[in-house]
Design a binder for this molecule. Structure first.
Ligand SMILES: *[C@@H]1O[C@H](CO)[C@@H](O)[C@H](O)[C@H]1NC(C)=O
Ligand SMILES: *[C@@H]1O[C@H](CO)[C@@H](O)[C@H](O)[C@H]1NC(C)=O
Length: 482
């Protein structure tokens, strides 16, 4: 007897603890009962409290004696009603590449099984996972799960509680990787609704129906930190009947809504793209003869945009459509490309003119002083050409069409100097925009639009930033209201 002392003493302590509560925990169907019986015989100090144990054993024996766990309760009479409740331990992470998310939950199902009614002072019997195989349990499965893990440490994380009125509560903890189709069109302004749907595998709607319990979802929002880039925005539910070749099944679905946090993407993509685009404008302030400086600046910004475009698609599902972010990067790319092209056009024209004027230059003897400078200015003026578009009216029927050509700039002597008190104030404005007949700048008069090709830099300094600003305003207005 001495050698046996430790085990019965532990069992007896368990018995005491159990007897003080209304519920009775039976760890294993057969072994603990034997241990408990030993405890009563060897520990005579608590015969009255321990006397509830044979009662628990008697109850289990009675209800399981003629119990057929293969048959659902109410078979042939009415459908079994299963009430469902979910407690989410943690949500996330969401994998964009695999279009799935992970959820760790405790799943509660409760139903009435008249065969398990008993008369006793116990309100309920709490049994652990080992009892599950001896009772009828709903064959619920998760329809959109890719992988589900049942936790078994230290014992299977399952519990069955049988109430004396025949109600059974079955609880199981699991971790599920579930499919969630992510529509990335609005990336990075996207929000998603990830479903978790479940139904019975074998019992159609006429045999088994699900109902939401009153508090059907318990969720600690502090445990959604694993969503990382996403914010948890709420949960909703849906009940539907799905027709399959095996019958109509009742499918219950939870939707976990998340929306993307914008900061990470902004720092990684939007800021570098817009800064690179702005950098490419520096070229307009560099002299047009510094070809190496301007080309390297242009090519560097184009290449940077290409890299940023590739980078933004890394760790991204290979969707075939253009996302909102791709669009922004594409436009920035176009801006950088146009800045480079602007210099190409300007350089081409300058180079062509220089070649044409090179030979007459050689014939002249070298002149010095103010006369030389005046000559150089005059020559520079001569080099300047204007691109003129005219609306020409032709024929008797007054048919109009636009004809464009490159013409030499009118001689300054031919044009009257601007007069009046506004002349000084308009001097700068006239460079870009002029309405009067006396302007030597780009002119829109008598149906003519004049653009100085050699002043492309001057136009670009205004046109590029203004159009980029406009694009940004429209882009963000549209995106934030999407
Ligand atoms: C979750 O998203 C779905 C689908 O977009 C929507 O119908 C539902 O109202 C949303 N629920 C919450 C709580 O935001
Ligand atoms: C689920 O649906 C039921 C009934 O439509 C509603 O009472 C309950 O609040 C919903 N639960 C959640 C978490 O949205």
């Amino acid at each position: 007897m001495v050698a046996n002392t430790t085990a019965p003493v532990i069992a007896a302590t368990t018995a005491l603890v159990v007897a003080n509560t209304t519920a009775l925990v039976v760890a294993n169907t057969t072994a603990p009962v034997v241990a408990a019986t030993t405890a009563i015989t060897t520990a005579p100090g608590a015969p009255r409290k321990g006397s509830k144990l044979p009662e628990a054993t008697r109850i289990l024996d009675t209800i399981l004696n003629n119990y057929d766990h293969k048959l659902r309760p109410g078979i042939g009479v009415r459908p079994t009603v299963v009430k469902v409740e979910v407690s989410v331990n943690s949500l996330g992470p969401i994998s964009i590449m695999d279009m799935e998310y992970t959820i760790d939950l405790i799943f509660y199902q409760s139903w009435y099984d008249e065969r398990l009614r008993y008369n006793s002072t116990f309100d309920s019997l709490v049994l652990n996972g080992d009892m599950v195989s001896q009772l009828w349990i709903p064959d619920t499965f998760f329809r959109n799960s890719k992988k589900a893990v049942e936790h078994t440490i230290t014992l299977p994380n399952q519990m069955v509680r049988i109430y004396n009125d025949g109600r059974v509560l079955y609880t199981i903890r699991m971790t599920i990787d579930a499919r969630c189709s992510l529509h990335m069109l609005k990336f990075p302004m996207d929000s998603h609704s990830c479903p978790l749907s479940f139904s019975s595998f074998s019992y159609p709607e006429s045999e088994m129906i699900y109902k939401w319990a009153d508090f059907n979802l318990e969720m600690n929002e502090k445990n959604t930190w694993k969503l990382l880039q996403f914010d948890f925005t709420g949960v909703s539910n849906k009940t539907e009947i799905v027709k399959t070749p095996a019958g109509d099944f009742m499918v219950m679905t939870f939707f976990f809504n998340v929306s993307r946090r914008f900061g990470y993407i902004a720092i990684q993509n939007y800021v570098p793209s817009s800064v690179t685009t702005m950098l490419s404008w520096v070229s307009f302030w560099i002299q047009r003869d510094s070809a190496p400086a301007r080309t390297s600046l242009g090519i560097t910004s184009v290449l940077t945009m290409t890299t940023l475009g590739t980078f933004s698609r890394k760790n991204f599902p290979r969707v075939s459509y253009i996302t909102v972010l791709d669009f922004y990067i594409a436009i920035c790319f176009v801006f950088c490309f146009c800045a480079l092209m602007e210099f190409a056009v300007l350089n081409f024209l300058t180079y062509n003119r220089m070649k044409a004027h090179a030979s007459p230059k050689l014939r002249h003897p070298p002149i010095s002083g103010a006369r030389a400078r005046a000559l150089a200015r005059a020559r520079a003026r001569q080099q300047e050409e204007v691109f003129v578009c005219e609306i020409v009216t032709e024929g008797s029927d007054g048919e109009e069409h636009v004809s464009c050509s490159v013409q030499p700039l009118p001689n300054p002597e031919d044009v009257e100097a601007p007069s009046g008190r506004f002349s000084g104030c308009f001097k700068h404005v006239r460079k870009y925009f002029c309405m009067g007949p006396d302007c030597d700048g780009p002119t829109w008069n008598k149906g003519r639009l004049r653009i100085h090709l050699f002043r492309l830099d001057n136009y670009s300094r205004i046109v590029f930033p203004v159009s980029f600003l406009l694009f940004n305003v429209i882009y963000w207005l549209v995106c934030l209201n999407l």
